[in-house]
Design a protein around this ligand. Structure first.
Ligand SMILES: Cc1cc2nc3c(=O)[nH]c(=O)nc-3n(C[C@H](O)[C@H](O)[C@H](O)COP(=O)(O)OP(=O)(O)OC[C@H]3O[C@@H](n4cnc5c(N)ncnc54)[C@H](O)[C@@H]3O)c2cc1C
Ligand code: FES
Ligand code: FES
Length: 1154
């Protein structure tokens, strides 16, 4: 017993420095250890579940047997620190910094414009860095794979790839796309013309010098090689961690603790613990078992250690494919196909083969193909060793297998195939990699020599039920049949009856999944048909018109480029406006030095707030019981709506939104109360202990159709009309009615909603640090909620890790709730939403149903259109009426429709409230209108772009909302796009391809858009700025815009540099603060740079003009406007002393220039 409570010292290295932890908690993941304990905040946490790569680090280990060192990338959010004994971790801070030396990966990512908001950048850097440690001159395929587990929401990846490409010796091509055909042969080259201006200059880059990299710590190497191996134990509050060294000890442990999971990659157990709150009192880590990583070649196949990572399994299989004849490697190649797309590289580097099998996930990539291939498991338990067949009986339910709790899978036998045996695996997923399959299959057929009669058939499916499923009836029906179309028809009808998904099946997409079961079987049929033809078992393979069904989609990096206009030659070289200069924080972002809200160090006595949200869509709250929560160690208090000292609601457009629900909830995810504790872990535990009792209310409304039926709207309807619709319809050659539905979209900014509220301690003053697009709105919300004047609340925004419209209204509400907690406790309070909370609470893009009636003439002219929009607004009004208003204003898109009517309404439903999102309703309306245009084109059997051309605005025009404009640029753009894309040639090629290929179709479209920037309310289209000029010649600029990756601070720097004739290095922008620039408008509506740029410019022009005036009245000369005002110049300080004091600082508003 005493042995069981023993806790060892954990030792590993981070960035070359030894870390020794005497009391490590096994529940701690590396990401929080790095960020909270070591204060290495360069490693970011975004999804917390292995899905985004923001937390990527490099793990290095020394293998004592071979004395070799391996480096691999891993997600720190899923790496238990206890797993790291003997490992060396490298984080973004360890490879380079702006203070010492930048690493070339950091430098190139920044200079190639691969960092915008920068939240993904450290993860990108570490994925690429790890690749370079293993392959200093990587291929493009290796680069693609290395970055496959990293998400970026800002850049669109092209500039990131461009920066990585500079390390590759390969050109931009796909390298033959694994034999499928090179992209460059199919499409015309899009390599920029040599004379075209370049976004960055490769010659400026630091060279990659592998000798400069951190070495594996010699002390760690000595420890690994010389210190005797012994069982490690780590004891936490709720969980213990044991890592035995021998198999006997492992079996003993598992016998005594049969329910303790064996954790290798932690990619199933970790997310379960984190997202489902599963607690395992003990975890056994078999990562040091030699038997688990052994590879044994035998005559009929290979035994692969169950503890090998999926990356290692891939190498084993690749080696066998290389060494063996093709007929023997059918199963290996099918497995390799699945391994390539399974999760991202960081997951594959740690997830184990045994873990994947035993996790028995119904969507597993591997299980269907391992089962179809007839693999076996070597299992050990206290009863001894036995073999278990991986077949239909192995999987018994969701996450369940026939294995008993004490069973340990030691290795997996993967057999070679024989002549006449064909194995294939297919998967359809929302995207190619790093996404769980919607349906995955493993299929194997065996024929007698030279025969096409089916001897044996195994069709395994994943994603069509709670576990991997064998379509046994279908298989039985086909054995003995000739491989051909008749057999296939029979297979379909049996399969449809056998694989049944109820309409409410978990995972949804029932129709799609059912059709996939058939289409993937068809694919298998074609593949085998073709293979039989190759072996001459049949005369004719798949006809050429059907080959496209066999070809995989290209997985190469498609070439892309950005073209831009160069500045005029006459522009001064010192003037940076118009040049593609690097984002001013890009280097800080790529080195992990850039600070985001949650990177701020904790303040003394700081508390963490976790919100408790409704689990009911529509219900009365009977009681909120916080008793159990208050008993959780570390929990300090709970805040409810009763604690709000000021206004308990936010009033928007005549509607009120409760900050914290009082008597009723109207959606799942509505905030009810918040638990405060001294750490985020304890606050989370406290929040889980809050009991809310509800009484469900009838008839919740979820869809737009429900809302229409129940007339559940945020009124009034918005309407706009021009011309005479009825008359125009009557006089049209044709009238057509249709509808188009667009669903929502998550913002998925990589940095979740984050804020820190610090009470100053006197006169009800608060500092609010937050990631908001609208600091003034947050200031107002906090002040109103606390019942204090706005002058007591200062909001500070350093930068945002992405926003896309999602950090305006909800951020203000979250800041207000956090401020109540700070007010109540008198302590600083931090609130950082986890990804799941963020997605639940904050709402998304509005799903929209658009209905239209369109009247048009034989020549394609649209004479009348009548549109109706129903947007699913969710449970509160938020900005929804403004979003639907914008839909109406943009419903002409780029077309002059003389008779046009639109009606739009925001539907009130019991879903989390939707909010502003990139485009603010315009993408929805554009999609609906363009669908209408396509309908017209189809009706007239004409290419859609011709209908677009016929209807586009032409000559001086007036929109339906009476805005006069000249569409000259629209046409220029249109014609240039047509010419440069070679649209006609492409469309001919598309037509030819579609005629020749039965199963795969292509398309090419050119769609115009007229997009109006700025807010509809004119008073919002203004900005202010404050410029300080210091005596040393440096300049501090404050303005109302927030930096969220769009580069607004960089652009302000350019403006100041031009206006003051000083180098950008003299100009600094620290943050956006409501105390520097008050009453600002949100950085939104694509207007931040225009408005704030003009405000900054206005100040400087005013300063220069006033300077000239003062010069006239001053007995001493002043610094003339056209002279460089630069600290590097002699006498700069002296000049500055002579500035008129009245002009420093200067606050100016962009409206003054209008
Ligand atoms: C972001 C993400 C994306 C993913 N995408 C995919 C995907 O596209 N396709 C796919 O197939 N999978 C996917 N997965 C799942 C992943 O492949 C599995 O979680 C992984 O293979 C499990 O291995 P592990 O070593 O991490 O298991 P762990 O989490 O360490 O353990 C999982 C379970 O297996 C048991 N176990 C482990 N080893 C043994 C053994 N030797 N004997 C007995 N029991 C054992 C443990 O007791 C535990 O219950 C994804 C996971 C994540 C986090
Ligand atoms: S992968 Fe770790 S935070 Fe997303
Ligand atoms: S720069 Fe990649 S997420 Fe913002």
């Amino acid at each position: 017993m005493a042995e069981e409570k023993r806790t060892d010292c954990l030792c590993f290295f981070v960035n070359g420095k030894k870390v020794v932890e005497e009391h490590v908690d096994p529940e701690t993941m590396l990401v929080s250890f790095l960020r909270e304990k070591l204060r290495l905040t360069g490693t970011k946490s975004s999804c917390g579940g292995g899905g985004c790569g923001a937390c990527t680090v490099m793990v290095s280990r020394c293998n004592p047997a071979s004395q070799t060192i391996t480096h691999f990338s891993a997600n720190a959010c899923l790496l238990p620190v206890c797993q790291l004994a003997g490992a060396a971790i490298t984080t973004v801070e360890g490879i380079g910094s702006s203070k010492t030396r930048l690493h070339p990966v950091q430098e190139r990512l920044a200079k190639a414009h691969g960092s915008q908001c920068g939240f993904c950048s450290p993860g990108m850097v570490m994925s690429m860095y790890t690749l370079l440690r293993n392959h200093p001159q990587p291929s493009m395929e290796e680069i693609r794979e290395a970055l496959g587990g990293n998400l970026c929401r800002c850049t669109g990846y092209r500039p990131i790839i461009d920066s990585c490409r500079t390390f590759s010796q390969e050109s931009k091509c796909c390298q033959g796309n694994r034999g499928v055909g090179c992209c460059l042969n199919e499409e015309e080259s899009t390599e920029p013309e040599p004379s075209a201006p370049q976004l960055f200059n490769k010659e400026d880059f630091l060279p990659l010098d592998p000798t400069q990299e951190l070495i594996f710590p010699p002390e760690l190497m000595r420890m690994v090689l010389t210190e005797p191996q012994q069982t490690q134990r780590f004891q936490g509050e709720r969980m213990s961690w044991v890592s035995p060294v021998s198999l006997e000890e492992l079996v003993l442990l598992k016998t005594h603790h049969p329910w303790a999971p064996l954790v290798l990659g932690n990619t199933t157990i970790g997310p379960e613990m984190k997202f489902k709150g599963v607690v395992h009192p003990m975890i056994i880590s078999p990562s040091r078992q030699v038997e688990f990583i052994v590879i044994v070649d035998v005559s009929a196949g290979v035994w692969v250690g169950a503890g090998l990572s999926l990356t290692q399994v891939r190498s084993v299989l690749e080696a066998r494919v290389e060494a063996l004849s093709q007929e023997k490697t059918e199963l290996y190649r099918a497995l390799l196909d699945q391994l390539r797309t399974l999760a991202g590289q960081q997951i594959r580097n740690v997830a184990s083969l045994g873990g994947n099998i035993v996790s028995a996930h119904p969507n597993s990539n591997l299980n269907p193909v391992l089962a179809a291939g007839g693999c076996r498991l070597s299992v050990v338990s206290d009863g001894g060793r036995r073999e278990v067949l991986l077949n239909q009986d192995f999987f018994t339910g969701f996450g369940k297998t026939v294995l008993k709790a004490g069973d340990i899978v030691v290795s997996v036998f993967i057999p070679e195939t024989q002549a006449g045996e064909f194995v294939r695996a297919f998967r359809q997923a929302p995207r190619k990699e790093n996404a769980l399959a919607t349906v995955a299959t493993g299929m194997r057929v065996v024929f007698g020599e030279g025969s096409t009669v089916v001897q044996d058939l195994q069709l395994y499916y994943g994603g069509v039920g709670p576990c991997t499923l064998l379509a046994s009836k279908t298989c039985q029906a086909l054995v003995g049949r000739l491989w051909g179309e008749e057999m296939l028809e029979e297979a379909y009808s049996v399969l449809l009856k056998e694989v049944v998904l109820s309409p409410g099946a978990v995972g949804g997409k029932v129709g799609f999944r059912r059709s996939l079961t058939l289409s993937l079987l068809f694919k298998f049929y074609l593949e085998v048909q073709q293979a039989l033809a190759h072996t001459n078992a049949i005369q004719h393979g798949v006809p050429e018109a059907e080959w496209s069904a066999l070809r995989p989609l290209p997985d190469c990096i498609l070439p892309g480029q950005q073209q831009f206009q160069e500045v005029l030659e006459s522009q001064s070289e010192q003037d940076p406006v118009g040049h593609p200069i690097m984002h001013r924080s890009a280097l800080a972002q790529a080195t992990g030095e850039a600070l985001y809200c949650d990177d701020m160090p904790p303040t003394e006595g700081e508390l963490f707030l976790v919100l408790v949200t409704s689990t009911r869509p529509h219900a009365s709250i009977l009681n909120v019981d916080v008793g159990a929560a208050l008993l959780v160690p570390g929990v300090v208090d709970v805040v409810t709506c009763r604690d709000i000292p000021g206004k308990k609601v936010r009033s928007v457009l005549g509607y009120e939104e409760e900050l914290l629900a009082d008597k009723e909830v109207s959606c799942v995810g509505q905030m009810v109360c918040g638990v405060l504790a001294d750490s985020r872990t304890q606050a989370k535990l406290g929040a889980a202990a809050v009991q809310i009792h509800y009484q469900d209310l009838p008839h919740p409304v979820f869809t737009v159709e429900d809302a229409m039926e129940r007339e559940s709207f945020f009124l009034p309807w918005r309407e706009i009309e021009r011309g005479d619709i009825s008359d125009a319809f009557q006089n049209s050659d044709y009238v057509h009615e249709g509808e188009f539905r667009m669903s929502g979209q998550e913002h998925f900014y990589l940095e979740t909603q984050s804020m820190l509220v610090v009470p100053v301690g006197e006169e009800a003053e608060f500092h609010v640090y937050l990631a908001s697009q609208a600091p003034t709105m947050a200031q107002e919300a906090v002040a109103e909620t606390l019942g204090v004047p706005a002058n007591r609340v200062t909001c500070h925004v350093k930068r945002l890790g992405g926003a896309f419209g999602g950090k305006v209204t909800k951020t203000s509400i979250l800041a207000a709730i956090t401020s109540v907690a700070a007010w109540k406790t008198g302590r600083a309070v931090r609130c950082v939403l986890e990804r799941g909370e963020d997605m639940l609470i904050t709402g998304a893009r509005h799903p929209v149903l658009g209905k239209y009636k369109v009247g048009f003439m034989k020549d394609g002219r649209i004479t009348a259109a009548d549109l109706q929009y129903y947007a699913n607004a969710g449970n509160t009004v938020d900005e929804s009426p403004l979003v639907v208003e914008k839909m109406l204003l943009h419903m002409d898109n780029a077309y002059n429709i003389p008779n046009l009517r639109g009606r739009a309404v925001a539907c009130r439903t019991n879903l989390p409230s939707n909010t502003a999102f990139r485009g603010f309703g315009v993408p929805q309306t554009a999609a609906i209108v363009e669908n209408m245009i396509t309908d017209v084109a189809m009706h007239l059997a004409r290419p859609a772009h011709q209908i677009r051309e016929v209807n586009m605005y032409n000559g001086p025009s007036l929109t339906h909302y009476k805005f006069s404009f000249n569409p000259e640029n629209l046409w220029r753009c249109w014609e240039e796009c047509k010419a440069r894309s070679g649209l006609d040639v492409r469309q001919d090629a598309v037509r030819k391809f579609n005629q020749e290929n039965r199963w795969r179709k292509r398309g090419a479209a050119l769609i115009p858009i007229k997009y109006g920037i700025a807010f509809c309310e004119a008073f919002l289209n203004q900005a202010a700025a404050l410029v300080h000029i210091y005596k040393d010649g440096s300049v501090l600029v404050s303005h109302g815009g927030t930096e969220m990756g769009q580069g607004i601070h960089t652009k302000m720097q350019q403006v100041v540099s031009r206006e003051l004739h000083i180098s950008s290095s003299k100009i600094y922008i620290s943050e956006t603060s409501t105390s520097s620039v008050p009453n600002t408008c949100p950085s939104a509506a694509s207007f931040g740079t225009d408005a704030n740029g003009m405000a900054v410019k206005a100040i400087l022009i005013f300063w220069a003009v006033a300077g000239d005036v003062t010069e006239k009245i001053s007995p001493r000369p002043l610094a003339p406007r056209d002279r460089r005002f630069d600290g590097e110049e002699d006498g700069a300080l002296e000049k500055h002393r002579r500035l008129p004091h009245a002009l420093q600082p200067i606050l100016f508003c962009s409206q003054c220039l209008r």
